[in-house]
Design a protein around this ligand. Sequence first.
Ligand SMILES: C[S@@+](CC[C@H](N)C(=O)[O-])C[C@H]1O[C@@H](n2cnc3c(N)ncnc32)[C@H](O)[C@@H]1O
Length: 277
Amino acid sequence: MDIDINDKEFSLFQRLIYNESGINLTPAKKELLKSRLMKRLRERSLASFKEYYKYVTEEDATGEELVSMLDCISTNLTEFFREAAHFDFLTEKVLPALLENKRKKREKKIRIWCAGCSTGEEPYSISMILAECIEHLSEWDIKILATDLSTRVLKKAMEGIYPKDRIRGIPLHMLNAYFEKGEYNLRNHYQLKDFLRNMIVFRRLNLTDQTFPFKGQFDFIFCRNVMIYFDKQTQSELVAKFYKHLAPDGYFFIGHSESLAGTDTRFRYVRPTIYQK
Ligand SMILES: C[S@@+](CC[C@H](N)C(=O)[O-])C[C@H]1O[C@@H](n2cnc3c(N)ncnc32)[C@H](O)[C@@H]1O
């Protein structure tokens, strides 16, 4: 059974979603919203979007439905080594300078934040690059904080198990070095080896929260293809927070179709989609 969403109902969800996630749904996204939320209405046996809105905002005291609703709204497209130029830049510029700097300070600690990590391909790609570039990796204290709003994608990310068609972008030598091939019912799947999975801490974090609970600063931050869903003001506020949480000289990476142009920021432009503090 198809349930229609009228303009008034759409506006209610538009405002709710904006307030809760920063995701800015234009009226052109009305059908998309409808199709994505329909499953939630069915699951709750509700007959209209108005009833669903009431359920999410007033009746569900646990707040769980809000989380499920946001899970349905977010677009989670990602892949291993997406936007390969960033990984080349990490290998050729960022890591050599960072390692040299750490060596001078006699420090063996690296902190990275992957914000909007989706199903994990991005932080795992970073971890493979670290493994490729850093000698005696086990002597280092490395943590990649990988965060997302969606609990659904985080669950997949934590498992780190990917079917054959998802590992296409991975060079063969890395596939052999960093993945275990599944057996039995996971025959056509690959799982990241523990030493890489243990480097990553997955957490739910809403990027539109006023403050983030971090003590130290990150050596570099990836936030790619996330801000594209936010309006300019939300983007500016977020970019200022990234700046604050980045170590001096730290690099900030954004998605291929994003730019900080028009954003009031202290970041130095390095090249398209790459900035430095
Ligand atoms: C298109 S994916 C990008 C994945 C990866 N960074 C990449 O470029 O391949 C966007 C991710 O941003 C997340 N996201 C959207 N709004 C968010 C928010 N307010 N806080 C945290 N994550 C958010 C979504 O759940 C989704 O997983």
